[in-house]
Write a protein that binds this ligand. Structure first.
Ligand code: PEP
Length: 243
């Protein structure tokens, strides 16, 4: 189902004290018509779950193992993250693909497993700069989507288009690039929420929200500041809130 979503990806930031502080600030500041999701590091999930309990903020993990349990040293299972209150899980983030070598098959297995365990996957797709420069952006995104969502009930997923070259650079992709790619993704996934991610800030959120097929944002750096994150949600809502 297509709905407005603003999601925070805290990546590997904060210690417990700071995570709790920012989570509390978010509860206080974020008032939005959109669905708000915060994805902290695994070790903060249990604590933050209590803080978000009576608020509009939903909890997500940044990754998970496709297996339920067993001899998988260092992994965290869907049952575990569901058990501490997660409703969402980010899967296939470019840092997982490019730093930790996750491939399309791995990501598909995780998507299937997340849905089996009643978690909604936020499936990240996006091309690198060299892939874009070589005219392969659409092929790459198509391959990532077809593979990740093979046989999957599309009602149960969210897609995030995150061009790798726009992540963490401070410069978002331009309007034309986002418009074209979101339209392309829309043709593949229909009524699924399609988020944009890559240097979304309080200062560019309104302009990005105006792009037709942008249903929300996945926010990295700017989500580490509750004031900036709540302003992003506010700017988005001014354009598309509640849709
Ligand atoms: C991300 O890592 O998902 C992301 C979009 O990061 P940033 O907002 O910092 O570009």
């Amino acid at each position: 189902m297509r709905r407005s979503i603003i999601a925070a990806n805290w990546k590997m930031h904060f210690d417990m004290e700071r995570a709790v502080e920012v989570a509390r600030q978010m509860v206080e500041k974020v008032k939005s018509d959109s669905e708000i999701i915060v994805c902290p590091s695994f070790v903060f999930l249990d604590r933050l779950s209590g803080i978000f309990l009576n608020s509009q903020i939903k909890l997500g993990a940044q990754n998970m193992c496709f297996k339920e349990e067993g001899a998988f040293t260092g992994e965290v299972s869907p049952i575990m993250i569901r058990g501490v209150g997660c409703e969402y899980v980010i899967l296939g983030h470019s840092e997982r693909r490019h730093i930790f070598g996750e491939n399309d098959v791995d990501i598909h297995k995780k998507v299937v497993s997340a849905i089996e365990h009643e978690l909604k996957p936020i499936v990240c797709v996006g091309e690198t700069l060299s892939e874009r420069n070589n005219g392969k952006a659409f092929d790459i995104v198509e391959r990532q989507i077809v593979s990740a969502l093979d046989g999957v009930d599309l009602d149960k997923v969210v897609v995030a288009y995150e061009p790798v070259w726009a992540i963490g650079t401070g410069v978002a992709a331009d309007n034309k690039t986002i418009t074209e790619m979101h339209k392309f993704i829309r043709e593949m996934v229909g009524d699924v929420s399609i988020l944009y991610g890559g240097s979304v800030k309080d200062t560019n959120a309104k302009e990005l929200a105006e792009i037709e097929d942008v249903d929300g944002f996945l926010v990295g750096s700017a989500s580490l500041d509750a004031g900036k994150f709540s302003k992003i949600a506010e700017e988005f809502d001014k354009v598309k809130g509640g849709k």
